[in-house]
Design a protein around this ligand. Structure first.
Ligand code: ADP
Ligand code: ZN
Ligand code: ZN
Length: 721
């Protein structure tokens, strides 16, 4: 027997499988999708069995051993990987690696082990009774009596030398049982009864004959409750479900809501878990012990069988697209898996992406809308403050209106959330004498000032330096810290108000569990004001919050990306959605330097459709998605001249090959020209013909496969430019 093996490491730009002979004794263990150990050059490597054949003409080496008892990748996932490879222009092995948690990867595996717990039980009942009746060892007798009642008991409850002597007498035996690190047992609370709007959405989803349903429901309209009802129905039919949520740190409450209702039927997969915990959760899934998987992007690969529904909450979140290889979008993968299982995909959002809404609008997706908040709460009243005037008055952080409203909310004993958008905005050192900004020596990006460590850090490569006293450019002492941090806001709040303030950002949530702690203490009204970054934008439900302040609404607008207005609209609606979620009326104050910007004005009016229509006109005019697809070719090199020249060559090759309705732009330096001492250029192609672009990109990759001067990667439908 011969097997073709895909080796764990990718070898440059080409990828192929290698054939090995299977020794007779191992033949019975061979199955597609299992891993084997193989000699490779002078190393021993792991690889996946991709094909089983009868014989070979060549003289082949033998495999050393079979790693898995059952296939680690089932046939569905093996085929899914091949299909993704065709579409994404990346290595197959990188896709298979992305499907598995670290505990299953050769380079991590050694430190991850199953956790066992020792139990003791009676081995020989007859001996046990004889012992009770005759022995004078009182303590040992007590143990035996207890075990006769209980069947099995935790070993660590008892004195170990007593246990040992009972084991030596052959009365008691020790049983090792595997124990999962996370156990979500407990009560199964019944689901809420759906209100009439939810019920009709539920029925419409059930009866739809489309593969994908877009559930467009304003924040608080009860989408999560509908998800749970849909899932319950699938479980009742012995089917399973995947629920994707954005990075879990952004949506901590949703998981506990699911756990309350479905208890131990859930496995959770997200980056907040340790590798060992993920390894355990993954095994629960593989063993068929759970029927719901909730997790971030990569949970879409969960090896559930018999999937009935895949739910993607906050479908507009950019976290569903992986930004490094394989650059897959979990929504596309979901649609593929759903097809295989004959399941439905539900995309849920208060503010769907323009692309998704357009598909629903055109009838490719079923559109189901919820326009009312579930518990009769109304949407908050939003006011916009023009910060240009406030700055002139010396109000750099809080406008008069915000201060006034905070005071009033505090007086009413209600809670307040203040949101600082950190994306594209952070503290940095700038020279007030010469205007220079302190940048990373490896990357073309401003270093971020961290107050508690007093360091300037690069958020791309991790470089850190002590805060500078003297400007390296003009040698003056004019360096100042610019930008606004959550710490600074906290400080100012403490000066201005007599209120209990808590902060939630990367610094205060680095310890495990600190996240939940902050949320719970705010929920219990131990604090009046929560100050935070993106972490508090999504999915949180605090009934006592009546005021939300958005300190800086502009930062996303300033990022050079055709989606900057869309991102601004998403962010403002999400943050606004945290206000007035119960019977208290909510208010939102947006501080901005661009009070006339359409995404801000339409977010103020909660007018998603208005925003969609306006944005679609602009996209059409500029030939952007959803009217055109986009692909990026990213070219990198240590040498600036090489990357520039080779990019131009690639562009020159593409240009005459374009068919009509195809546009190539570039080559141009990427938004951040240099990362980790590699310079990057990109070529953007806009197109409508998916087949033609595939041919062109395939040719480009073939042409460049031996080019050692550059690295090249392709991003199909990129989310950030
Ligand atoms: P969304 O996911 O759309 O933001 P949620 O499902 O979180 O909305 O619902 C918002 C609030 O309304 C939650 O506090 C939830 O418990 C409550 N809620 C939702 N559906 C119902 C219902 N049918 N009956 C009573 N309360 C509900
Ligand atoms: Zn200077
Ligand atoms: Zn750097």
């Amino acid at each position: 027997m011969i097997v073709s093996v895909l080796v764990e490491i990718s070898m440059g730009k080409i990828e192929k499988t290698f054939d090995y002979v299977v020794p007779h004794i191992l033949e019975k263990d061979i199955q597609l999708g299992k891993r084997v150990l193989i000699p490779f050059g002078n190393k021993i490597l792991e690889g996946f069995i991709m094909q089983i054949k009868g014989s070979s003409d060549y003289d082949l080496k033998e495999i050393i051993s079979v790693v898995d008892d059952s296939p680690i990748l089932n046939e569905e996932l093996l085929d899914l990987g091949k299909c993704m490879k065709e579409e994404l222009f990346c290595n197959l092995i990188s896709i298979y690696q992305a499907m598995l948690p670290n505990g299953y990867k050769a380079k991590y595996k050694n430190n991850i082990k199953e956790k066992y717990v020792d139990y003791i039980k009676i081995k020989n009942t007859q001996l046990a009774y004889e012992f009770i009746n005759n022995s004078k060892a009182k303590k040992q007798v007590e143990i035996v009596q207890e075990l006769l009642k209980n069947d099995m008991s935790l070993k660590k409850k008892y004195n170990s030398s007593l246990v040992r002597s009972l084991v030596d007498k052959n009365i008691v035996e020790i049983i090792k049982e595997e124990k999962y690190r996370i156990n979500s047992g407990g009560m199964c609370e019944p689901l809420l009864k759906l209100n009439e709007y939810q019920q009709s959405a539920f029925v419409k989803i059930k009866n739809s004959n489309k593969d994908v349903i877009l559930l467009h429901g304003i924040t608080g309209s009860g989408k999560t409750e509908i998800y749970m009802h849909l899932i319950k129905e699938q479980l009742d039919n012995n089917k399973s479900a995947i629920v994707l949520v954005p990075e879990i740190s952004l949506t901590p409450q949703i998981i506990s809501r699911f756990q309350k209702h479905f208890s131990s039927k859930i496995a959770v997969l997200h980056s907040g878990l340790s590798d060992s915990e993920k390894y355990d959760e993954y095994r629960k899934i593989k063993r068929g012990e759970v029927s719901i998987v909730i997790g971030a992007r990569s949970a879409i690969f969960a090896p559930l069988s018999n999937i009935g529904i895949i739910i993607i909450d906050e479908e507009q979140s950019s976290s569903y697209k992986q930004e490094h290889n394989p650059k897959y979008n979990a929504i596309d993968v979901a649609i593929k898996r759903a097809k295989y299982h004959n399941a439905k995909v539900i995309l849920g959002s208060a503010t769907p992406t323009i692309e998704s809404y357009a598909r629903a609008d055109k009838g490719y997706y079923e559109l189901v809308s919820l326009a009312k908040r579930a518990n009769n709460a109304s949407l908050p009243n939003v006011e916009i403050v023009d910060m240009k005037y406030q700055i002139k008055k010396g109000n750099t952080i809080f406008s008069d209106l915000l201060v006034e409203n905070i005071k009033e909310a505090l007086a009413r004993n209600e809670q307040i959330i203040l949101f600082l958008n950190k994306r594209g905005y952070s503290s940095y050192q700038m020279c007030s004498n010469c205007g220079s900004v302190i940048k990373c020596p490896n990357c073309d990006i401003t270093l971020t000032y961290h107050k508690n460590s007093d360091l300037n850090r690069c958020h791309y490569c991790g470089y850190a330096q002590k805060v500078l006293k003297i400007c390296p450019y003009c040698k003056s002492d004019g360096l100042k810290n610019f930008g606004l941090g959550t710490e600074k806001i906290e400080e100012e709040l403490n000066k201005l108000f007599d209120a209990r303030v808590i902060r939630m950002d990367i610094d205060t949530t680095s310890k495990k569990g600190s996240h939940d702690k902050i949320i719970n203490s705010f929920m219990n009204h131990e604090y009046d004001i929560l100050v935070g970054t993106q972490m508090i934008a999504k999915g949180l439900d605090f009934p006592l919050v009546s005021l939300v302040g958005i300190i800086n609404a502009d930062t996303l607008l300033n990022i050079p990306d055709f989606r900057s207005n869309e991102h601004t609209y998403h962010m403002l609606s999400q943050v606004s959605g945290r206000a007035g979620r119960s019977n208290i009326e909510g208010k939102v104050i947006i501080q901005t330097f661009n009070p006339d910007n359409y995404s801000i004005l339409l977010a103020k009016n909660h007018d998603y459709i208005g925003f969609y229509n306006k944005e679609m006109k602009i996209r059409k005019k500029l030939s952007y998605p959803p009217y055109y697809f986009i692909s990026l070719i990213k070219i990198g090199s240590k040498d600036y001249n090489d990357v520039k020249a080779e990019s131009q060559k690639i562009y020159n090759y593409i240009k005459p090959n374009l068919s009509k309705e195809m546009i190539a732009l570039g080559p141009s330096p990427t938004n951040i020209l240099k990362i980790n001492n590699i310079y990057y250029f990109q070529i953007m192609i806009k197109y409508r013909d998916k087949d033609r672009i595939k041919e062109i990109l395939t040719d480009v990759m073939k042409l460049e496969k031996d080019n050692r001067k550059i690295d090249i990667s392709i991003d199909i439908n990129p989310i950030t430019l």
